[in-house]
Design a protein around this ligand. Structure first.
Ligand SMILES: Nc1nc2c([nH]c(=O)n2[C@@H]2O[C@H](COP(=O)(O)OP(=O)(O)OP(=O)(O)O)[C@@H](O)[C@H]2O)c(=O)[nH]1
Length: 149
């Protein structure tokens, strides 16, 4: 029997560029979500939504300059994931970033933390957990996502 959900319009993806900033010693940068956004206080990788006409790299460069005050070097997409939140269906374009210039300024009142393995800040934003899984695989160490957040 047909019901209203048969006519539901598929949710449109929100495209998001996300930067995984890595220092030479392997530490990664996590930042906290500012007050007023969904999941405020959760830790995530810095980034934000693509604006019309932008590539992932352009969006990432703009977002990190706006939010952190740094200018990044080259960035290309490493992996893509999707996460279905109540507030949005997001497609996350993950870029590793090894070079940047400028001093970090938390321009949205967020916090930042360089994290070694395993990360100790919590809670971690659910859509960021796959990255931790990939790092565990890269480093050949066990990782239990249920212990995060
Ligand atoms: N920046 C970032 N966003 C993530 C991560 N994981 C994840 O699911 N997201 C989701 O991707 C979306 C990014 O949106 P945002 O609100 O941070 O982006 P923005 O800075 O452009 O926001 P604005 O619309 O307030 O300007 C959110 O729905 C967020 O929940 C992550 O690791 N980093």
């Amino acid at each position: 029997m047909a019901d209203a959900s048969d006519n539901a319009v598929p949710r449109k993806h929100t495209e998001v560029a996300v930067g995984i900033l890595l220092k030479r010693d392997g530490a990664m940068l996590l930042t906290s979500r500012p007050e007023g956004k969904p999941y405020a206080g959760y830790w995530e990788f810095p980034g934000g939504k693509l604006e019309a006409g932008e590539t992932v790299e352009q969006a990432l460069r703009r977002e990190l300059q706006e939010e952190l005050g740094i200018v990044i070097g080259a960035a290309s997409v490493w992996k893509i994931t999707e996460h279905d939140y109540p507030h949005a269906l997001v497609r996350l374009h993950w870029c590793k970033v090894f070079e940047w210039q400028g001093a970090f300024e938390m321009r949205e009142g967020q916090n930042m933390a360089w994290q070694d393995w395993p990360p100790t800040v919590e809670p971690i934003l659910p859509g960021a957990v796959p990255v931790l899984q990939w790092f565990a695989e890269e480093r050949g160490v066990p990782f239990d996502p249920s212990l995060i957040g």
